[in-house]
Design a protein. Structure first.
Lengths: 261, 388
């Protein structure tokens, strides 16, 4: 079985989020870590490897320093690592990101692709399912348990107050929740081996069947008006309107101000 | 000269730090309070290879260098001195002499189990009448056919009852050197469960209370002839060389304790308010913290230098690292005692309460000035090299 795990280097939000004056994330002021949902996805892959003997490849897209999360994945037990990095890919939204990653995956053999549900720096949960769409394979999202039997994958899909049991044939894509498992630590020897291992680096030219118009900032339909820390919620604002009409007018005004409508 | 850590070492430090924070710190207070050996932590450390860091892969180890091992003991000791010394005694005092002096058969027999943590190691040199003075040894080993017969006892043995494999130093005869009659000393490997090998009392200690410190008793204990470690009569050199390595481990433990106490004191002095402001706002606090941090940094340089020197020794056994090890242990242990004492003082009344980590750290720090050669013995080693 060949498993590709898509991982992302994200800022560690444990100590709070730091912003630049222009509202973008101040990544330099925050430690970089492997996205927690992705790490759970990697652990799930490594457990399948322990159980069934799979070959696990980790794939990331990002700046050259994103190689750090690949080294961590190798030190945890992944077999191969691929870094997709190119200046023309910078500023990608979920559409351009999934297009890029699908372009890389078309060069690779896989039975199972695992991504995290969402990254803690963007919280969109879109990239995994979009990759599956690009590759025309089934997707099961929000996995809280994964079992493999032959070429069949059975997943417990988390859903509000219950879970769904979903079954599909491989090849398929699964998005993992951080609740899926407790990821293993690296080993000291694994670290030394990882730092000696070769990390495959691909650029734009290595992506298969992708259109330049769908890559990087230029190929990103999403425009970010403002970014904020979702964790810190203010006390809120209490308004006592004079009439229901005033209340509606105020709320609609706020929606427009916040680009909700 | 480059003070920048390699990528490998940076990642290893992060690993040890994460493990210590998540797995060791939550148990540290309980382990101390109940004088309980943290078996569950040892099993987790075994799973992740922490018990065989500097052991070559061919013997089931991690194949890393001494600096990585030192960083492991340091990070563990930042949160729990007990856990730090368990790894140090196992690695430096049991694995290292087998790796350095063992026959190929002994390495194949013992190292895979020790490096994987399936078995724990210990080292028995100290006796009621003989500590660093190895000539005071009373434990005897007599060859009888294909077996050595051990009689005597060892005290203050770290990992005592929890270990499975013991390096034991014993007298094997009398030799004459320069007209003087001296005890011939040899080293042996003894397995737990060997008939005639039992345990005495468990020591109740001031610090590192979760560490299993026991007396080992040998009564007509018969071990195979092949369990002689190194050459007969070379036991004193083996013991002293083993302690050189052990001192680097204890120096790392002391360094970790000092760093842990400093970290907690920095945080506490920023939180604690007196006279309307944080006590970190007072110049006395600032100067104390500055002195503590500077000494910790100096200790770190000596400890890492000793680790690098031992790494150099591993590829060139002609060189010695005993002075570097003695200096690292002497300084780091004294800094650990000073910094933890100041940490308690800066915590005020709370520092004297067991709920606060610095209270435990101060008690743990004291032993680093005593075991594996007291600070006075380190000064003897250092000055002997200056005056030779």
């Amino acid at each position: 079985m060949k498993i590709v795990v898509c991982i992302k280097q994200v800022p560690d939000t444990k100590g709070g989020v730091k912003f630049n004056p222009d509202g973008t994330l101040d990544r330099g002021a925050m430690l970089a870590i492997m996205n927690p949902d992705d790490k759970a996805g990697l652990e799930a892959a490594l457990r399948l490897k322990d159980q069934y003997g799979a070959e696990v490849t980790v794939l990331t897209m990002g700046l050259p320093k994103a190689k750090d999360v690949l080294l961590e994945a190798l030190a945890m037990g992944a077999d191969n690592a691929v870094l997709v990095t190119d200046r023309v890919l910078g500023g990608a939204d979920t559409w351009a990101t999934s297009t890029t990653i699908a372009g890389a995956l078309r060069n690779m053999e896989y039975d199972l692709i695992i991504t995290g549900r969402q990254a803690i720096d963007g919280d969109t949960a879109q990239v995994g399912p979009q990759i599956a769409e690009h590759l025309q394979i089934p997707v099961i999202s929000y996995a809280q348990d994964i079992k493999v039997d032959g070429d069949t994958v059975t997943v417990q899909r988390q859903y509000d107050d219950r879970y769904h049991v979903v079954e599909t044939k491989m090849p398929c894509l699964i998005t993992a929740l951080s609740e899926l498992n407790a990821p293993r630590y690296m080993t000291p020897g694994g670290i030394f081996d990882a730092c000696k291992a070769e990390v495959t680096t691909w650029g734009r030219a290595d992506l298969k069947d992708v259109d330049d118009g769908n890559l990087g900032l230029a190929g990103s339909p999403t425009k970010i008006a403002k970014a904020s820390d979702k964790v810190r919620k203010g006390a809120g604002e209490k308004i006592v309107p004079d009439s229901p009409e005033d209340a509606v007018s105020y709320i609609v005004g706020k929606f427009k101000e916040k680009h909700i409508i | 000269m480059d003070f920048t850590l390699s990528k490998e070492h940076e990642m290893a430090r992060q690993l040890f730090s994460d493990f210590a924070e998540n797995e060791v710190k939550p148990l540290a207070q309980e382990v101390d309070e109940e004088e309980r050996f943290p078996r569950e932590t040892v099993e987790k450390m075994a799973k992740y290879g922490f018990l065989g860091i500097p052991v070559p892969k061919e013997y089931g180890g991690q194949g890393c260098d001494i600096l990585t091992y030192v960083m492991c003991v340091e990070e563990l000791s930042k949160v729990c001195g007990t856990t730090g010394v368990i790894v140090s005694a196992h690695t430096s005092l049991c694995i290292d002499p087998i790796l350095t002096y063992g026959t190929e058969e002994q390495k194949q027999k013992y190292l895979p189990d020790l490096a994987s943590g399936r078995k724990i190691g210990a080292f028995g040199l100290t006796e009621p009448g003989a500590g660093t003075d190895a000539q005071g040894q009373q434990t005897k080993a007599v060859l009888d056919g294909d077996e050595w017969v051990l009689n005597g006892s060892k005290c203050f043995i770290t990992n005592g009852k929890e270990a499975d494999v013991y390096i034991v130093i014993a007298v094997t005869g009398i030799v004459e050197k320069r007209g003087k009659k001296l005890k011939e000393i040899s080293a042996f490997i003894v397995d737990k469960g060997t008939p005639g090998f039992t345990f005495g009392t468990k020591e109740k200690k001031m610090g590192i209370r979760g560490s299993s410190t026991y007396e080992l008793i040998f009564t007509d204990c018969r071990i195979p002839k092949d369990n002689l470690l190194g050459q007969k009569g070379k036991g004193f050199n083996i013991a002293m060389h083993t302690l050189d390595g052990g001192r680097i481990g204890i120096a790392a433990q002391a360094l970790g304790l000092a760093e842990g106490a400093l970290e907690r004191t920095i945080a506490y002095t920023q939180e604690r308010k007196q006279f309307g402001k944080s006590i970190s706002g007072f110049q006395n606090t600032q100067f104390q913290l500055a002195d503590m941090a500077t000494k910790v940094e100096a200790a770190k340089m000596l400890v890492y230098k000793a680790a690098l020197k031992k790494d150099e020794y591993r590829s060139n056994p002609k060189i010695s690292y005993s002075v570097e090890a003695a200096q690292a242990k002497l300084y780091a242990a004294e800094v650990a005692m000073e910094v933890t004492t100041k940490a308690v003082q800066l915590h005020g009344g709370y520092g004297y309460i067991r709920e606060y980590d610095v209270e435990r750290m101060m008690r743990d720090a004291k032993i680093t000035e005593i075991y594996e050669g007291t600070s006075e013995v380190q000064r003897m080693v250092i000055s002997a090299n200056l005056l030779k």
